[in-house]
Design a protein around this ligand. Structure first.
Ligand code: CO
Length: 504
């Protein structure tokens, strides 16, 4: 039986490799579609992409996969596995257990519906017409509910969706964490508002030539540790990073003539994602664990670089001279005022433009709405009203239009229910990781001020990046920091940083 088991291991590795290859190709197609694919080719190309997705789905849920997973998770099989293969088996089994029960017709219906939904959403957003989007969104919610019944769950039905992005996370764990974060954020916001020394950021919205911005941003990447021979940067309306393999990691940014923040922090954010992917152990290539541990852990790496490093005084102590050379108009703004300006806190309507303090409140609004839709307490037709009520309750402001409100995000149109919490998890993990890095690298901020970013990049690679998804997100955060996710680190970080910026 030992040779039979050895054969099972070999067969599993071959299947794992085939699915990994197809998925890598699929990532390359997605990159192309989101950057430079000509518009006229999109519909036909989407169909070809759909065929590839269907192949991946079939392989992942095949009887062969089921039999191999059964054999390899048995006591005898498990004994044959090395650490990498055991983790790959864990990942493939998660997918198998979820999607095996999903009828292929339901899967295809969802793929077609969500690929067409984007156009409907874009038009509804552009014309401020929620009614146009409502039937499509209702259908998407209905299919999500069917999907959840196939996936199965123990506590709240929303757990089944959360688990897709953050394995192991549940409503029961997340609710108290968000409640505490919300209360503490509200308290901090009130204190910041009471400060008699409010920072000004108007200088950020003067005219900044795009060519000069490009020059500055391109030079940033290698300095932060991005390997220019293992990836490159493009332009897209919404910045993103995409990994084809560890030797080919691509990112985009966007340039706005009247907003200096947009490109810089977009670049630094996506660079955080890209460093993660470039840093994964190349031995994990062609296996299910060759990418980051979860959406939340991934976002922690982008937030860490964007906010904790990129919005620190030390970062600009190092880069501000160079920035002023590109934009002499900044000569009138002191380093300290520049730092205060890029850290201005103000409740605002649009999530992607929100500051570090109020950002998580935007996520909580979406989380509460998604839970309500999935549990059946809320209905899609009431969303514009509910959205505005929640915005008032959480942020104290009401969107004047649905374009600036319920229609602003792309996620629901692609069926990304359960995705939003990852963004806040990223902030939470990042602050907890900061607490550890400050203990292990007591000169952390001095390294930033000196431009010694490789020291930080190597620490992150050593403690986090190299592992890919060898560990589950919970195992990983415990391994890095010695404890499970704890929201107090983010609360303390925000309190400390913004008390200084607002001179409380
Ligand atoms: Co991100």
């Amino acid at each position: 039986m030992v040779s039979g088991m050895k054969q099972a291991v070999e067969m599993f590795k071959e299947l794992d490799q085939r699915i990994s290859h197809y998925t890598d190709i699929s990532s390359l197609l997605a990159w192309d579609a989101n950057t430079n694919a000509p518009k006229k080719g999109v519909p036909m190309f989407s169909k070809a992409k759909g065929t590839l997705s269907a192949e991946i789905f079939k392989l992942s849920t095949s009887n062969e996969m089921g039999q191999l997973l059964d054999a390899l998770t048995s006591a005898e099989g498990d004994g044959q596995l090395d650490e990498v293969t055991r983790a790959a088996v864990r990942e493939r089994k998660r997918d198998y257990d979820k999607f095996k029960r999903v009828p292929v017709e339901l899967y295809q219906e969802l793929v077609i519906l969500t690929s067409n939904a984007n156009t409907v959403w874009v038009e509804a957003k552009q014309t401020n017409n929620f009614a146009l989007y409502e039937p499509t969104l209702s259908k998407i919610v209905e299919l999500q509910k069917k999907l959840i019944e196939c996936f199965g769950y123990e506590g709240h039905p929303y757990d089944a969706l959360l688990d897709q992005y953050e394995p192991g996370l549940t409503v029961e764990k997340l609710d108290p964490l968000f409640t505490n974060l919300r209360d503490q954020t509200a308290r901090l916001l009130q204190r910041l508002r009471s400060s008699s020394d409010q920072p000004s950021n108007s200088f950020l919205f003067e005219e900044y030539g795009v060519e000069k911005q490009k020059e500055f941003n391109r030079a940033l990447l290698p300095q932060l540790g991005f390997d220019m021979d293992a990836g490159h940067m493009g332009i897209s309306e919404h910045p993103f990073a995409s990994s084809i393999n560890t030797g080919d990691v691509r990112l985009t940014t966007r340039y706005k003539k009247n907003d200096l923040r947009s490109a810089i922090f977009g670049t630094v954010h996506e660079c955080g994602h890209a460093l993660y992917e470039q840093g994964i152990n190349p031995d994990f290539e062609e296996t299910a664990i060759r990418r980051g541990a979860s959406f939340g852990i991934h976002e922690s790496q982008s937030r860490f670089l964007e906010n904790i490093v990129g919005r620190s005084l030390e970062f600009w102590t190092y880069f501000y001279g160079d920035l002023k050379q590109h934009f002499p108009q900044l000569e009138k703004v002191s380093l300290e005022n520049f730092h205060r300006g890029i850290n201005t806190v103000e409740p605002s309507l649009i999530r992607v433009e929100a500051d570090e303090v109020t950002y998580n409140l935007h996520i909580m609004v979406r989380y509460e709405i998604e839970k309500g839709l999935i549990s059946g307490e809320l209905e899609v037709k009431d969303l514009p009203r509910i959205w505005n009520e929640k915005m008032e309750e959480y942020l104290g402001i009401v969107p004047p239009t649905d374009t600036l409100g319920v229609l602003q995000d792309v996620h629901w149109s692609f069926g990304g229910f359960g995705y939003f919490p990852s963004y806040s998890l990223g902030n939470l993990y990042a602050a907890q990781i900061l607490n550890t890095i400050e203990k292990e690298l007591p000169n952390f901020y001095q390294f930033i001020a000196n431009g010694e970013f490789m020291v930080i990049r190597n620490w992150l690679k050593d403690k986090i990046h190299q592992y890919g998804s060898l560990y589950t997100p919970n195992e990983l955060i415990v391994k890095i920091t010695g404890e499970e996710l704890n929201e107090q680190y983010l609360v303390d970080y925000l309190e400390h940083k913004y008390s200084q910026i607002y001179r409380l």
